[in-house]
Design a protein around this ligand. Structure first.
Ligand code: FAQ
Length: 332
């Protein structure tokens, strides 16, 4: 009895010391965040900061990898050799972005296999935008112009994210996304300026279908975004969902004018007082349906990813066998 009481006392004391140490670590962490310092993988961080980062980075990685599918569908149908080479390079870049991001996620202590498993089992999210179909060649240019355009708008502030491995990955990703956006705009410009009436109509149809889903990419309105306040406090998110969405609309209006397409929103109007473009109401029911797995292509996308993973098992096994042979040779 007596000994047990001593044990309990010792355990309580140890817990108090840990709590005190943790409080000090937390204080130091908060001060570093307030000072705009970057946090490195080996630094102490609160559990929830780690979890939030892992959630965002892995969702981002999954988006890049699933995002290869809608465009990949068109590699074999690109209209010229030049466009095919550009599209191949772009889709390959997206694969690379996924890898940088999985690597950044791994620095938080979760393996790539665990992250991929969460995607395949439907536990993890990826961007809503990749659950829409690519119906014509103009969709490919429109993805470059609008989807990559929205991605850049959202991702440039992440280059200053408080978690350094994520911020570093984003610098390279943003440079490549910038090329992606330009190639898309250029491809649409060629169709609009030198193309036939049918090609111009095809571009307008693609813009009509992609515009609203692109506005949804930035996430729910600020007052309905459960993760925003803490994400901003920690410097993971630097600019709010609504602010980024507005910046995107403001940038696109003039680009649409130069292109000669109409953005499908009768409420789009310059607001001289706000010095921003007003825009119509977003269909948030559609957004939540797509996020919840009921979008036009959710099932198809996930099935393709799982199949690609299963089909690639022999490559992973062969690479592992080769690595262990090399290790044995070196040891000998
Ligand atoms: N789709 O509280 P918030 C690309 C979820 S990469 C699906 O506002 P948060 C490149 C959100 O996760 C595109 N789910 O959340 C490319 C949360 O659910 P949870 C991806 C969404 O994290 C181009 C819930 O709603 N980019 O395009 C979406 O503060 C072409 C409540 O939302 C990134 O991932 C959505 N659109 O803000 C590739 C950038 N929006 O997790 C190929 C990094 C929100 O609590 C071809 N991520 N949700 O269950 C971010 O900046 C943020 O995570 C947001 C969401 C802004 C996406």
């Amino acid at each position: 009895m007596y000994t047990q009481a001593m044990d309990t006392e010792a355990a309580e004391n140890a817990k108090a010391v840990t709590t005190l140490e943790e409080a000090q670590l937390q204080q130091r962490f908060d001060a570093r965040i307030d000072a705009g310092d970057f946090i490195e993988a080996k630094d102490w961080m609160p559990d929830n900061y780690r979890k939030t980062l892992l959630r965002q980075i892995s969702q981002h990685a999954h988006s890049e990898i699933v995002g290869m599918l809608p465009e990949g569908n068109w590699i074999g149908r690109a209209p010229t050799l030049k466009r095919k080479a550009i599209l191949l390079a772009k889709v390959q870049d997206e694969g690379g972005h996924g890898l940088y991001l999985y690597a950044a996620g791994e620095t938080l202590g979760t393996s790539r296999d665990q992250m991929i498993d969460a995607l395949h089992s439907g536990k993890a999210k990826y961007s809503s935008i990749f659950n829409y179909p690519t119906l014509s060649w103009a969709d490919i240019g429109t993805i470059g112009w609008l989807v990559d355009g929205a991605a850049i708008m959202n991702q440039v502030p992440i280059c200053r994210c408080s978690y350094a491995p994520y911020a570093r990955a984003m610098i390279r990703i943003c440079r490549e996304e910038s090329f992606h956006q330009r190639q898309g705009y250029d491809s649409l410009l060629v169709m609009m300026k030198d193309g036939s009436d049918a090609q111009r109509a095809m571009v307008q149809d693609a813009v009509d279908r992609w515009w609203w889903p692109c506005l949804m990419m930035f996430g729910p309105p600020d007052d309905q975004s459960p993760n925003s306040a803490q994400g901003m406090r920690w410097g993971i998110k630097r600019v709010s969902n609504d602010t980024l969405r507005q910046k995107f609309v403001d940038a696109c209006v003039q680009q649409a004018e130069v292109l000669g397409v109409t953005l499908p929103d009768p409420d789009l109007k310059w607001n001289a007082e706000r010095e921003h473009w007003d825009f119509g109401v977003i269909d948030w029911d559609e957004f939540w349906q797509v996020v919840g797995g009921q979008g036009p292509c959710n099932r198809e996308r996930l099935e393709k990813r799982v199949k690609a993973w299963d089909d690639g098992a022999w490559v992973r096994e062969a690479a592992l066998a080769h690595a262990s042979k090399q290790a044995m040779k070196e040891a000998a």
